[in-house]
Design a protein around this ligand. Structure first.
Ligand SMILES: NC(=O)c1ccc[n+]([C@@H]2O[C@H](COP(=O)([O-])OP(=O)(O)OC[C@H]3O[C@@H](n4cnc5c(N)ncnc54)[C@H](O)[C@@H]3O)[C@@H](O)[C@H]2O)c1
Ligand SMILES: [Zn+2]
Length: 352
């Protein structure tokens, strides 16, 4: 089968590799669509980061580069391993792409995303969505009902945003400010709207500002037009936002959010930083701001899928391009690196 294999920095090859074997307790899936994520871009341009380099096998997967890429994918069940009795061949599914040790409790309320040596299918080994077929443990398979499979490829990043919103403790009727309208910022905006908040977002790019407006933002603020924190206070009777989300990895945006969130508010940092940013600690103390991290998701997928199936989040609007696997580097990765303001999510059909 065809697969996109990561060998190292700027070295991704489309190759023919053997199909994975079905094992007891696993599910075989024909991949329909796989999204390209900012993490994939980082692996390509600056990696390996999550990918275990050749000669350094991951302690759980036992694999190292080359590995198959792709962790944001949907597909159709084509076979069920022994012991898998609660799914059916032909079902549409997504995969929660975790590699965690077998003895980690992944039950309700468990924070398995924080477990030792955690990694992701499509980065740390175990196959990937940028291939025609994948076999994964039953635990990580989530049926999506009649959700179109192209949209379902966005369930993974939407789960990141859903988890960030849960981490914030946001309640209906509150006000949020999101910093950055890239894929993660736009999906966070969508979840916040679905949960009944008033949402402001800040962004520089015209194309992404338009996406934010279309996705229901109550205000889209450009930092070149004045203080975004002042704009938020103007819209909240001087109070500031109840919850804030850093989704840009830009220090000036983090500063703005510390300013824009109300005293006693919550600031969730979603960004993964390549360097340590300065945080305005004096202001954080004087305002008693809760600064929280958020990592991926844990038992968020069922509720995330429900948000889309109930029509509360429209994922279709964020698919800006569809490409075949052979075009992954040129029309997918390089396009996102050089022309990202006109793209939100590029999805890849590995079977095209
Ligand atoms: N915590 C997690 O589990 C998790 C998961 C996935 C992604 N992430 C991280 O989330 C972050 C966002 O991801 P993304 O794919 O949306 O990134 P992105 O780079 O596509 O989006 C960032 C956006 O911020 C905007 N921006 C830049 N400077 C700005 C400014 N001064 N004011 C307002 N907006 C500004 C950019 O124009 C861009 O649209 C990244 O750091 C990514 O690594 C975290
Ligand atoms: Zn991702």
């Amino acid at each position: 089968m065809k697969a996109a294999r990561y060998y190292g920095q700027r070295d991704i090859r489309i190759e023919n590799i053997p199909e994975p074997d079905l094992r007891p307790g696993t599910v075989a899936i024909d991949v329909a669509w796989c999204g390209i994520c900012g993490t994939d871009l980082h692996e390509y341009a600056e990696g390996p980061i999550f990918v275990p380099p050749a000669g350094h096998p991951h302690p759980i997967s036992g694999e190292s580069a080359p590995i198959t890429l792709g962790h944001e994918f949907s597909g159709t069940i084509v076979d069920l391993g022994d012991g898998v009795t609660d799914l059916e061949i032909g079902q549409s599914v997504v995969v929660e792409p975790y590699i965690v040790a077998d003895d980690v409790d992944t039950g309700p309320g468990q924070r398995y995303q924080l477990s030792k040596n955690v990694n992701f299918i499509g980065l740390g080994g175990c196959g990937g969505g940028l291939s025609e077929k994948i076999v994964v443990k039953r635990r990580w398979v989530h049926p999506v009902g009649d959700m179109p499979l192209d949209q379902a490829a966005l369930i993974e990043p939407l789960s990141v945003s859903r988890h960030a919103v849960v981490r914030s403790g946001a309640r209906p009727g509150q006000t949020a400010i999101v910093g950055g309208a890239g894929p993660i910022g736009l999906l966070t905006l969508s979840v916040l709207k679905a949960y009944g908040l008033k949402v402001f977002i800040s962004e520089l790019s015209a194309a992404r500002k338009a996406k934010a407006t279309a996705a229901g933002a109550d205000g889209v603020f450009d930092p070149r037009e004045g203080s975004v924190a002042e704009m938020v206070r103007d819209q909240t009777q001087g109070r500031g936002a109840d919850v804030a989300f850093e989704c840009s990895s830009v220090p000036a945006v983090l500063d703005m959010l510390v300013d824009a969130v109300r005293p006693g508010g919550v600031l969730v940092n979603v960004s993964i930083w390549g360097h340590k940013p300065a945080v305005d600690m004096p202001r954080l103390v004087l305002k008693e701001i809760d600064l929280r991290g958020t990592l991926a998701y844990a038992n968020d997928h069922p509720d995330t899928i429900a948000l889309v199936r109930q029509g509360k989040v429209n994922l279709k609007q964020f698919i800006t391009s569809r490409i075949a696997l052979d075009k992954l580097v040129q029309d997918g990765i390089e396009e996102l690196i050089h022309n990202n303001e006109h793209q939100v999510k590029i999805i890849v059909n590995p079977r095209a």
